[in-house]
Write a protein that binds this ligand. Structure first.
Ligand code: TMP
Length: 214
């Protein structure tokens, strides 16, 4: 059994939910205990904060917004992810702190450095062992969204493209734990690459058993 935190991220419309679902099925099939979480969300407080944060009728200052996302994640780390890792589960997170750093820094009111530091506090230092960024141009990704836009999406293609560029700019900070996957391909191809990356990561993480005595 392996305790690990993995996150999938990327701009809206890249297909995270579909791919997370496929990865979850794959890991369950391999016998892992899997917990899926969604950031923001996955706790009672997180769900309330999520509906505030995505409400298109609300106007929030970017710092307020940043801290509400942080608060939701703090609650999720403390009450859901921590206990799951302690019981050797693989936690699959739909987004994590990286999303906070890029979505809330675009616009320039809060710097990425400040958000990383705030995030360390909110997460108690916990970081995903593996982050996969699903990448594709914002224009193509927006065409895949067929539901009303939430507060972030209603900022438009230019904002989302800037978020995409911010994702690509922030990844080198954690180059050893992040991978970029081209999401502008058939879902089966994307899923196969995600599974290969995840299996390699988990194999390298698994506690090594001593060789059996002959
Ligand atoms: P989701 O639809 O992928 O669950 O995310 C909801 C929206 O919130 C999405 O547009 C990305 C945005 N977001 C932030 O702005 N900051 C964050 O920290 C997170 C986790 C999401």
């Amino acid at each position: 059994m392996t305790a690990a935190l993995l996150s999938l991220d990327g701009i809206d419309g890249v297909g995270k939910s579909t791919q997370l679902d496929r990865l979850r099925q794959h890991l369950l099939g391999q016998g892992h205990g899997v917990l899926s979480v969604r950031d923001p969300g996955s706790t009672e407080i997180g769900l309330k904060l999520r509906s505030l944060l995505l409400d298109s009728d609300l106007r929030l200052h970017r710092r307020t917004e940043a801290m509400l996302f942080m608060a939701s994640r703090c609650e999720m780390v403390e009450t859901v992810i921590g206990p799951a890792l302690a019981s050797d589960r693989v936690v699959l997170s739909d987004r994590f702190l990286l999303a906070n750093v890029v979505y809330q820094s675009v616009g320039g009111e809060v710097s990425p450095d400040t958000l990383w530091r705030l995030g360390e506090l909110a997460n108690g230092g916990l970081r995903p062992g593996l982050t996969i960024l699903l990448d594709m141009p914002a224009e193509a990704a927006m065409k895949r969204i067929n539901r009303p836009a939430d507060r972030m999406e209603s900022r438009g293609i230019e904002y989302l493209e800037a978020v995409r560029q911010a994702f690509l700019a922030e990844l080198p900070r954690a180059a050893d734990t992040t991978h970029i996957v081209d999401a502008d391909r058939p879902p089966d191809e994307v899923a196969a690459e995600i599974i290969t990356l995840t299996d390699a990561f988990l194999n390298a993480t698994e506690p090594k058993r001593p060789p059996a005595k002959s």
